[in-house]
Write a protein that binds this ligand. Structure first.
Ligand code: ACO
Length: 330
């Protein structure tokens, strides 16, 4: 039976990033760029790269093991696994099925969702709805990406931005006032051309021509993404606060998708939050798409910055365009 008093909270969170660090200086040897430009324009100093033997599911499994241990949850008690990713191991089967097998969560159903950088927030809302249905008690929600596998290393507009990583959350049942309090989810498919991987799907299947044309990598109109992200992320976080009769003053910590420090600063300013309340780790990992928010949450917990009882806002924006914000009592 659906039960509106049942909501969802994050009982344990973990992260995984590959060990290889790629600095801004490293890019100056590949493309016409500088540490100064990248730092000033994006806030990124370094990012993590997977090697050729590591795929998205490997990072997802590593992050999941940490999250399950922190939540004190046996893999056999996981009812559902949701992986938010734009860079699955393969188009099918889903990366979530690979994770299910690797961690031995044999009682869980599993599938991927495609909402690009907003995927973790979309997945959190799905997790809450599963839990609210009464049929599911525990969801393993993962944001995991290997964006560097689909990055054009000769395109200075994109190659400096992305990194690999995963964050995993064990989402369990609780009652208000704890847990996911409210959310806003949005999309505008008319702007789908601004950031995409043009080839490899049914519209433009893989062929020697598509590979030769470089259509299997991320193509982005950075300025349009920047403008839309700044506006829509701040609108979303303000809307979710308004829905709850709250303002930026009430929020203890804001976790924005880590795409560009200037986007983050403009969102914080428009939402009326000083940067001291904004969690930023873009300098270390770059843009890890769906992984960026759970990685930030995991780091904040590890550092002791994120504590039980805090009011936390999440906000993200990505390809689609998709965007959304969620408000949680941690
Ligand atoms: N080094 C040096 N110069 C560069 C670099 C670089 N790495 N990249 C671009 N430039 C140049 C451009 O070629 C351009 O030069 P020109 O004026 O001679 O043509 C100049 O810098 C300005 O380029 P703009 O694109 O207008 O600069 P902008 O202020 O928009 O900053 C940036 C570019 C950082 C990419 C910004 O647009 C941005 O961050 N956009 C959002 C990107 C993003 O978040 N994408 C992911 C979201 S969705 C997802 O994560 C899947």
């Amino acid at each position: 039976m659906p039960d509106s008093q049942r909501t969802a909270y994050i009982a344990g969170i973990g992260m995984a990033v590959p060990p290889k660090v790629v600095t801004n200086e490293d890019f100056t040897r590949i493309v016409d760029t500088s540490d100064e430009w990248i730092t000033q324009m994006t806030g990124i100093k370094e990012r993590r790269y997977t090697d050729e033997n590591t795929a998205t599911s490997d990072l997802a499994v590593e992050a999941s093991r940490v999250a399950l241990e922190r939540a004190g949850t046996d893999p056999l008690d996981v009812d559902a696994i949701v992986v938010a990713t734009a860079t699955p191991d393969m188009l099918f089967p889903s990366t979530a099925c690979l994770v299910q097998h690797a961690i031995g969560a044999t009682n869980a159903f599993a599938y991927d969702i495609s909402a690009a950088c907003s995927g973790f927030i979309f997945g959190l809302v799905q997790a809450q709805n599963f839990i609210r249905s009464g049929n599911v008690d525990t969801v393993l929600l993962i944001g995991a990406e290997c964006l560097t596998k689909i990055t054009d290393m000769s395109d200075r507009n994109t190659c400096v931005l992305f990194g690999d990583g995963a964050g995993a959350a064990v989402v369990k049942c609780c009652e208000p006032p704890r847990g996911l309090l409210d959310y806003v989810l949005k999309c505008d498919g008319s702007l789908s051309d601004y950031i995409k991987q043009p080839a490899g799907g049914s519209r433009n299947p893989s062929s020697t021509e598509t590979v030769g044309a470089g259509d299997h990598v991320i193509r982005m109109k950075g300025r349009q993404v920047y403008v839309n992200a700044s506006k829509n992320m701040s609108d979303a976080v303000m809307q979710v606060l308004e829905q709850q009769g709250l303002t930026g003053d009430d929020v203890d910590l804001l976790f924005p998708h880590q795409a560009n420090i200037r986007i983050i600063q403009s969102v914080a300013e428009r939402a009326g939050m000083p940067m001291e309340k904004v969690y930023v780790n873009i300098q270390k990992y770059g843009n890890t798409s769906a992984a960026s928010i759970p990685i930030a949450l995991a780091e904040a917990v590890e550092e002791g910055a994120l504590k039980e009882g805090m009011l936390v806002a999440l906000v993200a924006f990505g390809s689609g365009f998709t965007w959304g914000s969620a408000l949680l009592r941690w």
